[in-house]
Design a protein around this ligand. Structure first.
Ligand code: PHE
Length: 456
């Protein structure tokens, strides 16, 4: 079954696979949520918990998606028919729908990153006294400008996808991820060499187990789930382009490792700078998460920092690269479905994905201003798509995927694919451990996220 479709494009190298997968995993989640969660939830204590949960719960699901994709050489929805369970197509449909929702609101933020890169390049973060909150709020709530930047971002994503798997996704990810790693390390070095930065390092890393509560654990799980990009059919579709003999376990572990390392380095690039500038200005360090951190606090920090303009350009460039390599994987999950389900060409399928996500993206963007009053389930459109995807579609798709792989799919098939049909060099005990985690442990992790979102 593994190589039934010889025409299907494949990634050309293991490095290409790793960079594409890491590109999907490393995104806004690493840059604007992980540093904050770490600082708020006990520093190194949080990182320790995060790594344990990642290895025992999120990584097994990552491996599952990867493995189903490679075995079926199909998109998330078609995969279940190919495995002989057409009735279970809804599991994949949840994933593709999640990809549509995530891409739609993610592109709005991607558009903001494009705009802020243009501001950084034109030296607009010069004055520490400027009203960066006012600047951000008036930009996102205006009608035209953020919509245009959202469409530019989705347009650029579409352009990369048009190039196909090897010439588009793989080539782009390889170059951009290397640049991204270099930039974030340079920005982190600049941050830790600022006077007063060590307080930030301490705040970020000194372990404090008293801050660890039940909600810390749910937060760590939810973050690792989103950060690995689970439940959107993205790993599945990338997995479907991986050669049959390549080892799934090592690529998956390497992706999770790079994703976590990047998040930690992003924390080192951001938190110490906030402390250093606060000590220079004699103010209280303002550590927050989300758009407020990236688009309001940081421009203020850059404006007070020596060589801050260069740091700002590098930072917003890295934000954009991190976001676009993730959006590429989301769009590929949707595009591959159109190609395989409706037999359309890649160009037509990309245009369809662009039209759908672009339209929803326009509404998400407008929900920050002109359409702020339009509510679905009490949420504005941006939050509605954010919450439905992360709280419902991604989690349920992930949970069902694990139940399928652990309890419905034949164990021999699972192990055969994980073992790369006898070509894997990963120790057998490790492969077996992952099977046990998929079957007995990881589903409880996803259930914990679902209950946590509902109750906390
Ligand atoms: N993992 C990405 C991030 O951390 C987001 C993402 C979610 C990518 C779902 C693909 C699928 O920002």
């Amino acid at each position: 079954m593994a190589d039934s479709n010889k025409q299907r494009e494949k990634f050309s190298s293991k490095f290409g696979v790793l960079m594409a997968m890491a590109g999907s995993a490393i995104g806004l989640g690493n840059m604007w949520r992980f540093p904050y969660l770490t600082a708020e939830n006990g520093g190194a204590a949080f990182i320790l918990i995060y790594v344990v949960l990642m290895c025992t719960m999120s990584l097994p699901l990552f491996i599952t998606e990867f493995l189903i994709g490679r075995r079926t050489r199909s998109n998330a929805i078609g995969a279940f028919s190919k495995l002989g369970f057409p009735k279970l197509k809804f599991i994949g449909a949840f994933g593709v729908l999640a990809a549509v929702c995530v891409l739609s609101f993610y592109s709005v933020v991607g558009g903001w990153a494009v705009k802020y890169l243009t501001l950084a390049v034109s030296f607009r973060f010069q004055s520490p006294a400027a009203d960066y909150a006012g600047m951000f709020n008036s930009f996102v709530s205006s009608a035209w400008s953020p919509v245009i930047f959202t469409l530019i971002f989705i347009g650029a994503t579409s352009y990369i996808i048009l190039g196909g798997v090897k010439q588009g996704i793989e080539k782009f990810s390889k170059v951009m991820m290397v640049i991204l790693f270099i930039i974030i390390i340079v920005v982190a070095i600049r941050a830790v060499t600022l006077p007063g930065a060590m307080d930030g390092i301490r705040y970020l890393f000194v372990p404090d187990f008293r801050k660890v509560t039940g909600s810390t654990i749910v937060a760590a799980l939810g973050q690792s789930f989103f950060s690995l990009g689970l439940g959107c059919g993205t790993i599945l579709i990338y997995g479907s382009y991986v050669k049959s003999q390549d080892d799934i376990t090592t690529s998956s572990i390497a992706t999770a490792f790079l994703d976590t390392m990047f998040a930690i380095v992003a924390g080192i690039a951001i938190i110490p700078a906030i402390f250093a500038i606060a000590s220079i200005n004699g103010t209280v360090p303002d550590v927050n998460a989300g758009p407020g951190l990236v688009f309001i606090t940081l421009p203020g920090i850059f404006s007070s920092m020596p060589f801050g303009n260069i740091a700002a350009i590098l930072f917003f460039l890295s934000l954009l690269l991190a976001a676009i390599t993730s959006s590429v994987s989301l769009m590929e999950s949707i595009t591959a479905f159109f190609i395989e389900r409706y037999g359309k060409s890649r160009t037509v399928s990309v245009l369809m994905a662009f039209a759908i996500c672009g339209t929803i993206g326009i509404f998400c963007s407008l929900s920050q201003g002109p359409l702020a009053e339009v509510r679905l389930l009490g949420l504005n459109l941006f939050d509605f798509f954010d919450k439905t995807s992360s709280n419902v579609l991604m989690t349920f798709s992930g949970l069902f995927m694990l139940c399928f792989a652990g309890w419905i799919m034949k164990k021999e098939d699972f192990m055969d694919e994980l073992g790369a049909h006898g070509h894997s060099s990963t120790a057998m005990w490790l492969q077996k451990t992952f099977y046990i985690l998929v079957r007995y442990i990881a589903p409880f992790g996803v259930i914990a996220i679902i209950l946590g979102n509902l109750l906390l």
